[in-house]
Design a protein around this ligand. Structure first.
Ligand SMILES: *[C@@H]1O[C@H](CO)[C@@H](O)[C@H](O)[C@H]1NC(C)=O
Ligand SMILES: *[C@@H]1O[C@H](CO)[C@@H](O)[C@H](O)[C@H]1NC(C)=O
Ligand SMILES: *[C@@H]1O[C@H](CO)[C@@H](O)[C@H](O)[C@H]1NC(C)=O
Ligand SMILES: *[C@@H]1O[C@H](CO)[C@@H](O)[C@H](O)[C@H]1NC(C)=O
Length: 307
């Protein structure tokens, strides 16, 4: 009986001393190692902060908004902002730009939910992108000519698009009577074929447009990276910046000593593990000594009694 109680006690002490600090170390190291891994989503690879999604947790990102969806079957990288869906064609971390294609709009389905592409304040359009305006439901017969198309859902309706200027708007007051207009961001360099109809617009839109993603914590992130940490956010308050270090998460940067440790198990964790191992050895030595002195003779006695 004593034998079992003692074994149990030893095992409990061993587990208490080793597993709790070990899992503690691993948990701290996990954020660091998970956020340090470049991430591939669909056809876009080498993605880091400020993005997350799929197997990259949100604490590796700056805001919940920058979540990428990686759809396996067609290898697409998707991104959703409010009710707008986008495909991400590329991400350039150096220039902090991403190339997006709006995928939830069919420009010649005039009954669909035709909305402007409206991005949140973290995005800005570069100079290389401009808007093409698509008009729907204009006064009978009014259009600019060749850049027009018949609505897919209603062959009696049509729309047209133009690169609008203030002069054009002033010259054609009829435009004010059009039921709906939307702005479609496209690359400025992409010239729309004048008699291309809807295909020319679709082609231009499918090339996507660039946006700058400006992360408000960009400066903090550089400080964090210089201290060998990986940028992210706090797990609970997602909008709070976090610097994930090899020994845990900090508000801004990793402590000096951890900067010199590239290992996942850093200094404080080593101490925990060391203490645990020493304690275990002591308990074990004491236990085998106890076994020799107390349990063995007892066993001998019982055996003798029964034989
Ligand atoms: C937008 O994307 C989401 C998730 O990928 C999907 O469930 C939804 O149906 C899409 N909406 C449109 C209008 O395409
Ligand atoms: C799109 O934006 C333009 C300019 O801001 C506005 O005139 C138009 O009504 C908007 N269209 C929709 C569908 O909201
Ligand atoms: C295009 O129009 C939208 C409004 O519909 C506006 O928010 C956006 O800044 C414009 N884009 C460019 C590149 O001017
Ligand atoms: C487009 O405009 C041209 C010239 O005004 C016209 O002949 C043609 O019927 C229009 N097409 C559509 C689909 O409205």
């Amino acid at each position: 009986m004593d034998h079992h109680v003692l074994s149990l006690l030893t095992i409990s002490i061993f587990f208490f001393l080793t597993t709790s600090p070990l899992s503690h170390c691993q948990e701290e190291g996990t954020k660091f190692s998970l956020c340090s891994r470049p991430y591939t989503c669909g056809k876009v690879s080498n993605i880091y902060y400020p993005f997350w999604g799929q197997n990259r947790p949100s604490y590796c990102a700056s805001t919940v908004q920058l979540k990428l969806n990686c759809e396996e079957p067609n290898q697409q990288t998707n991104f959703q902002l409010d009710s707008q869906n986008f495909t991400v064609l590329k991400i350039d971390a150096l220039y902090e730009t991403m190339r997006l294609v709006r995928t939830d709009i069919v420009y010649d389905d005039c009954s669909s939910d035709l909305t402007n592409t409206s991005l949140s304040s973290i995005f800005k359009f570069p100079e290389t992108v401009h808007n093409v305006t698509v008009f729907y439901g204009c006064p009978s017969g009014f259009s600019f000519g060749e850049r027009n198309f018949t609505c897919k859902n209603d062959r009696t309706q049509f729309g047209f698009y133009a690169e609008m200027t203030d002069e054009l708007s002033a010259e054609f007051p009829e435009l004010e009577q059009c039921e709906l207009r939307i702005h479609v961001p496209i690359f400025r360099e992409f010239s729309l074929v004048s008699d291309g109809g809807i295909d020319s617009l679709k082609e231009a839109a499918s090339r996507g447009f660039d946006v700058y993603y400006s992360v408000t914590d960009g400066k903090k992130c550089r400080t964090c990276e210089e201290s060998k940490g990986f940028c992210g956010s706090m797990e609970i308050s997602k909008n709070q910046f976090a610097c994930h270090c090899s020994d845990g998460s900090e508000d801004l940067e990793c402590y000096a000593y951890s900067a010199n440790h590239s290992s996942m198990f850093s200094y404080p964790c080593y101490i925990f593990v060391y203490i645990s191992l020493v304690s275990y050895s002591i308990v074990r030595a004491w236990f085998s000594d106890y076994l020799k002195r107390v349990v063995r003779p007892k066993t001998w006695n019982t055996k003798h009694k029964f034989t």
